[in-house]
Design a protein around this ligand. Structure first.
Ligand code: FAQ
Length: 305
C-alpha cells in the first residue's frame, strides 16, 4: 500500500506536498477549477440586478452576496494553485471553453424574483453538494469548503427571506416568484451532474473520497429538502410527478431533461455566449491593472534589494 492509499484508507487529508497519483491531481484540479469558474461566472446573473434592486437594503445585501462569490472564486483558485495549477492558465481555459463551469449559470435572470430563487434553490443545491465536500480528501479544498459553506448558508437564507417577503406581497409579486421557480427548478436539479449511470468520474472520485455521495444521492437529498420549503412558501414546484413515497422514505420526482443538460454544458445554453463574452471583456479590460500591480511589486522588490 502506498502512503497515498494509506492516508485515504485512514480517512485523513492529502496535503499539497504529499505524493499523489497524477490522475488524482488532475481530477482535483478539474473539479476545483470548475468550481472556481462557477463562482466567478455565477456573479453575472445576480450582478445585473445590483443597480436595479428595489431598495437600498436589498442592494446592500445583493452587493455583499456577489462580493462573497468573487471571494469564493479567488479562494478556490488559490486551492488549485496548491496543486501546481497556474491561475492565468485556468482563466485562459475558462475563456476558451476548455474548462467547464456549472450549467446553472447559463440561464437568464429575468426579474428580481430570480435573485430570491437563485439564493433559495441555487445556493440550496450548492450547499447540499458542498457540505459533504468539507470532508473531501484534499486538505486545502476541504478547508476552503468549510468557510464557503458558512457564507452559502447566509446566501440561501437571504434568498428564502426575499421570497417570503414577495409571497406576502401583491398577486403580481407572487406570480413573479412562481414564474422564477418554474424556470429555475429543473436547471437546479441538473447542478448535481449527470445520473450516476452516466457519470464517468463518480466511482473513482468516491474511491478516492473526493466525493462522499453520488450525484443522484445528493439530487434526492435536495428534492427532499426543497419540497417542505416550497410548501411553507406557498410555491408549486413544476413537476407533476413529485410525490412522497412512503416505502422509500423519499419524494419521487420526474425525469430531468438530460438532453438539455448536455446541450448547455456543450456550450449551447441560453446565455453561454454572453457569460463568456462578459468574462473575456472583464479580463481584457483588467489587463492594465495586472500590469500595474506587477510593475509595483517589481519596484518594491528592487527597492528592498
Ligand atoms: N455543469 O462524472 P461527472 C456555486 C461535468 S455552485 C457543468 O458526474 P464529477 C455557488 C463534470 O465536470 C456550482 N458541468 O463529474 C454559487 C464532468 O466534466 P469532464 C459549482 C458539469 O466531477 C451559487 C462531466 O460533466 N459547484 O457556484 C455539471 O464527478 C449561486 C461528467 O460529470 C461545484 O462545482 C454541471 N452541472 O461530478 C455561485 C461543486 N455536472 O470530466 C453563485 C464541486 C457535471 O467531462 C451564485 N463539484 N459536469 O470535464 C462537484 O461536486 C462535481 O464536480 C459535480 C460533478 C457533482 C458537479
Amino acid at each position: 500500500m502506498t502512503d497515498f492509499d494509506a492516508i485515504i484508507a485512514r480517512d485523513q487529508r492529502i496535503e499539497p506536498r504529499d505524493r499523489m497519483p497524477d490522475a488524482y491531481r488532475a481530477t482535483m484540479v478539474r473539479q476545483i477549477a470548475q468550481h472556481a469558474h462557477s463562482e466567478i461566472i455565477g456573479m453575472q446573473p445576480e450582478g445585473r440586478w445590483i443597480t436595479r434592486a428595489p431598495s437600498l437594503r436589498r442592494k446592500a445585501i445583493l452587493l455583499a452576496k456577489v462580493q462573497d462569490e468573487a471571494g469564493h472564486g479567488l479562494y478556490l483558485y488559490a486551492a488549485a494553485e496548491t496543486l501546481g495549477a497556474d491561475r492565468a492558465d485556468l482563466t485562459a481555459k475558462l475563456i476558451s471553453g476548455a474548462q467547464k463551469y456549472s450549467s446553472i449559470f447559463n440561464y437568464p435572470s429575468l426579474t428580481f424574483a430570480d435573485v430570491g430563487v437563485i439564493g433559495w434553490l441555487v445556493d440550496g443545491a450548492a450547499i447540499c453538494n458542498q457540505v459533504p465536500l468539507c470532508r473531501t480528501s484534499y486538505g486545502p479544498y476541504a478547508r476552503a469548503m468549510i468557510r464557503i459553506c458558512k457564507e452559502e448558508s447566509f446566501h440561501q437564507r437571504q434568498g428564502y427571506e426575499l421570497l417570503m417577503t414577495m409571497m406576502r406581497g401583491t398577486p403580481a409579486q407572487r406570480e413573479m416568484v412562481q414564474d422564477a421557480v418554474d424556470r429555475w427548478w429543473w436547471p437546479s436539479l441538473m447542478m448535481f451532474g449527470p445520473p450516476d449511470a452516466e457519470s464517468p468520474n463518480t466511482a473513482r472520485s468516491m474511491a478516492w473520497k473526493i466525493k462522499r455521495h453520488s450525484n443522484d444521492e445528493l439530487r434526492q437529498r435536495f428534492v427532499d429538502m426543497s419540497v417542505p420549503q416550497a410548501d411553507a412558501l406557498g410555491i408549486r414546484l413544476p413537476d407533476p410527478e413529485l410525490r412522497w413515497n412512503e416505502e422509500r422514505g423519499h419524494y419521487d420526482f420526474g425525469e430531468v431533461d438530460w438532453e438539455e443538460f448536455r446541450r448547455v454544458i456543450a456550450g449551447d445554453g441560453p446565455c453561454n455566449a454572453e457569460r463568456i463574452a462578459v468574462r473575456r471583456a472583464a479580463h481584457e479590460e483588467g489587463a492594465w491593472v495586472r500590469e500595474a500591480a506587477s510593475a509595483h511589486a517589481a519596484k518594491r522588490v528592487g527597492r528592498a534589494a
